[in-house]
Design a protein around this ligand. Sequence first.
Ligand code: GLN
Length: 254
Amino acid sequence: MKIFKSKILVLLLTMVLAITFVGCGKINTMSRIKKNNKVVMGTNAEFPPFEYRNDKGEVDGFDPAMAKEIAKELGVELVIEDMAFDSLLNALSSGKIDFVAAGMSVTPERLENCDFSESYYTASQMIIVRKDNTEIKGRDDLKGKKLGVQEGTTGDLEASEIENAEVNRFKKAIDAVLDLKNGKIDAVILDASPAKVFVEKNDDLMILDEELTNEEYAIAVRKGDKEFLEVINKVIRDLKASGKYDELVKQYIE
Ligand code: GLN
């Protein structure tokens, strides 16, 4: 009888342990947010006007403004983690952050690792060149050229498909722009809005008219994070319906 009882005990203990360990793998985002009284956004503050450091050194821009509305809806504090763009999705799956708001475009590859909200902005990849360049008039002229991109972005994907091009990958897009100015590379492929911000500050550069892609920016959450995603989608819809979305576009982007 005694042996029988202890066997049952061991069995029960094993089951409890197994459930605990399986449970560890899955993060319950909503209850964690409520418990910690904060929601953590991951971004790369090198992508103006969507995210950058303002004069006070704080992360500012269209995405943080939108994220503040998400935190407001949840009734918790917003915490922003600034990191390399290509580490954002890993930080999301490992639970370091709760969502990504980083001018991140929806792509089939990313959809394998995360879920996306409804789109909040339509963008395209553009080509930046030096004004004194005579050769590059569009995508076809990029073959065999030295290109600069931000590592792990859709600009990187686009550049990598150009025949015989040498793709130089930078952690920050601005460093690609600086190498273009210095003549170390021939062109930069970058999202239209940050391209405009950088070119406005450098009158020796220009953006070509051709749009290389058509992309949708959306907020990324962990796969299967349905309840949290619904809150985010509600905020995006409410912002659009109330006119606040247009105000933010005017304030930050136009
Ligand atoms: N939209 C691009 C992408 O999703 C670039 C984003 C960024 O550099 N922050 O890859």
